[in-house]
Design a binder for this molecule. Structure first.
Ligand SMILES: NC(=O)c1ccc[n+]([C@@H]2O[C@H](COP(=O)([O-])OP(=O)(O)OC[C@H]3O[C@@H](n4cnc5c(N)ncnc54)[C@H](OP(=O)(O)O)[C@@H]3O)[C@@H](O)[C@H]2O)c1
Length: 209
């Protein structure tokens, strides 16, 4: 599969490493330009290439968006339209500035990114610490395997992303649609960075955020 990454930091860089290690073709990008990614490209290997955010968006059948939420209006909406986008972003007002619609609960960060880009957006990998995402993947069936909540409104896109979650060593747990499911694994929710196996994660998701 062709995978673009917009954002090559703790989470975007880790996912690029995992996905390229599985044999996927990966193009990474950041805000400062491809030249600033030469060290990371060399470190990851696996044929990973660097491009602009527009190039990563156009390249990917799946595009990871892993930037500070406050930067989402800089995303290349045109090439992201209709694509399967994995949104790892969280809203932290102290970092991102205040967003009134998120502060009053009118909507969620993922719905806003979906509306801005027109993508088939799936929220995933937002509720696990980067170090755990990097190091704690395990084979299916291992009782210690951690679960990752996944939410989205497009069933086909969500299935595809669940397959990627599983392939890198985590149990995907369907948290529902973006409006409700997304809220259940946002910062401040009970499952956020709780780093739990699937059974316990499901119980917490079912009993409310
Ligand atoms: N760190 C965690 O443990 C963790 C866990 C789960 C979710 N998250 C969430 O995931 C997102 C990324 O977190 P992170 O920790 O990976 O952040 P990070 O290490 O600070 O990396 C952010 C990346 O986004 C890039 N970026 C910023 N604006 C951009 C733009 N307009 N176009 C393209 N790239 C842009 C940055 O590039 P430049 O450096 O060139 O600006 C950088 O590569 C955040 O929303 C965060 O809240 C983080």
């Amino acid at each position: 599969m062709k995978i673009g990454c917009i954002g090559a930091g703790h989470i975007g860089g880790t996912l690029a490493r995992h996905f390229s290690g599985l044999g996927h073709e990966v193009v990474i990008s950041n805000s400062r330009g491809p030249r600033t990614l030469s060290g990371l490209v060399a470190d990851i290997g696996n044929g990973v290439r660097a491009g602009t955010a527009e190039e990563a968006a156009a390249f990917g059948d799946v595009v990871v968006v892993s930037v500070p939420y406050g930067r989402y209006r800089e995303l290349p909406a045109g090439p992201l339209g209709g694509k399967v986008v994995i949104d790892t972003c969280n809203y932290y007002p102290q970092r991102d500035g205040h967003d009134a619609e998120l502060d009053d609960g009118t909507t969620t960060s993922s719905e806003k990114i979906q509306a801005f880009t027109g993508a088939r957006l799936v929220k995933a990998f937002n509720a696990i610490y980067a170090a755990n995402l990097r190091e704690r993947g395990l084979p299916r069936g291992n009782p210690e395997r951690l679960a990752i909540p996944v939410s989205g409104d497009d069933g086909e896109a969500k299935s595809l992303v669940c397959g990627l979650v599983d392939a890198i060593g985590f149990d995907p747990v369907d948290a529902g649609g973006l409006a409700e499911g997304g809220r259940k694994h946002e910062p401040g929710s009970r499952v956020y960075t709780a780093e739990l196996p699937a059974g316990e994660l499901n119980t917490l998701l079912d009993t409310g955020s």
